[in-house]
Write a protein that binds this ligand. Structure first.
Ligand SMILES: NC(=O)c1ccc[n+]([C@@H]2O[C@H](COP(=O)([O-])OP(=O)(O)OC[C@H]3O[C@@H](n4cnc5c(N)ncnc54)[C@H](O)[C@@H]3O)[C@@H](O)[C@H]2O)c1
Length: 255
C-alpha cells in the first residue's frame, strides 16, 4: 500500500465525512496529511486516530484569504512540500425555493463552496510549481452537473467548481499540475442527513427512502467509496487526467 509514498496532502473539510475518509486512505497509502477544518475538537480527534507522525491539523475557515495562506504555510513548515490538495470543504445551504432563499445563506454557500475552492487553488499552486507538479481534486457534486428544485445556491456553487476546474486546469496543465473535479451523488455523511431533515421535517426517513429510490444502485454511497476515487486522482495512476469531472453516484448521472 504505497501509492502515495513520500507525498504530502492537504485535505479541507478533513475533520469529518468524505474528507476524513480520504485522509484515512491517503495515510494508508503512505502520504502525510494536513487536515483543515473549522471544527477544532474533531480535528484533534482525527489527528490522534491517524497518528501525529503522519497527520497534522490547522483550524481554518476556507473563505478567509489569510487563513488559507496559513494552512498552506503550516503544511510547508510541518512537512516541507505539497503534492496534493483535496479542496473539499463545503456546506449545503438552505432547502428553499428561490423566492424564499435567504440572501445571507446564498452568500455563505458561495463563499465556502466557490471562494474557498478558488483560494485553495491560488495558495496551493505556487508551492506545487516549486516542486514540478501536483494533483488537485475539487469536490463538486452531482449538483454540479444537474439542476434540482430548492437548492439553487448549492447547485450554482457546485457548477462553479466545475468551471474553476476546467479553466484553471488549462492554465497549469503544461506545468504538470492536474486539477479534476469529483461529483458524488448521495453519500452517507452529516450533510445528507441534514438535507433529509430539511426536505422532510419530522420524517427524515421518508426523504431518505425517496432519495435512495432515485439512485439506480438503490443505495447511498459511503465516504470510503468516494475516497477510493480521490485516491486514484491523487496518485500517479491518473497521470493523464486533468480538467474533467469524475462521477461517483451509483449511476445517477446516467439518466
Ligand atoms: N454527502 C453528500 O451526499 C455529498 C454529495 C455531493 C457532494 N458533497 C460534497 O462533499 C464535500 C464534503 O461534504 P461531506 O458530505 O463530507 O459533509 P460534512 O459536513 O460531513 O463535511 C464537510 C466538512 O467541511 C467543513 N467545513 C464547512 N465549512 C468550512 C469552512 N468554511 N472552512 C473549513 N471547513 C469547513 C465542516 O466542518 C465539515 O467537517 C462537500 O463539499 C459537499 O458539498 C457531499
Amino acid at each position: 500500500m504505497n501509492r502515495l509514498n513520500d507525498k504530502v496532502a492537504i485535505i479541507t473539510g478533513g475533520a469529518a465525512g468524505i474528507g476524513l475518509a480520504t485522509a484515512k486512505r491517503f495515510v494508508a497509502e503512505g502520504a502525510k496529511v494536513m487536515l483543515v477544518d473549522v471544527q477544532a475538537d474533531a480535528l484533534d480527534q482525527a489527528v490522534k486516530s491517524l497518528g501525529s507522525d503522519v497527520a497534522a491539523s490547522c483550524v481554518a475557515d476556507v473563505t478567509q484569504d489569510e487563513q488559507v495562506a496559513a494552512y498552506v504555510r503550516a503544511t510547508m513548515e510541518r512537512f516541507g512540500r505539497l503534492d496534493i490538495l483535496f479542496n473539499n470543504a463545503g456546506i449545503e445551504g438552505a432547502v428553499e425555493y428561490l423566492l424564499n432563499y435567504p440572501l445571507d445563506m446564498f452568500d455563505r454557500v458561495m463563499a465556502v463552496n466557490v471562494r474557498g475552492v478558488w483560494l485553495g487553488l491560488q495558495h496551493a499552486i505556487p508551492e506545487m510549481l516549486k516542486t514540478g507538479g501536483g494533483s488537485i481534486i475539487c469536490t463538486s457534486s452531482l449538483a454540479g452537473l444537474k439542476g434540482a428544485r430548492k437548492a439553487s445556491a448549492y447547485i450554482a456553487s457546485k457548477h462553479a467548481v466545475v468551471g474553476l476546474v476546467k479553466s484553471v486546469s488549462m492554465e497549469y496543465a503544461a506545468k504538470n499540475i492536474r486539477i479534476n473535479a469529483i461529483n458524488p451523488g448521495p453519500i452517507s455523511t452529516r450533510m445528507i442527513a441534514a438535507l433529509e431533515t430539511a426536505l422532510s421535517p419530522g420524517d427524515a426517513n421518508r426523504a431518505h427512502q425517496q432519495m435512495e429510490a432515485s439512485v439506480p444502485m438503490r443505495r447511498y454511497g459511503s465516504p470510503d467509496e468516494v475516497a477510493g476515487l480521490v485516491l486514484f486522482l491523487a496518485s500517479d495512476e491518473s497521470s493523464y487526467c486533468t480538467g474533467t469531472c469524475f462521477s461517483v453516484d451509483g449511476g445517477m448521472n446516467a439518466s
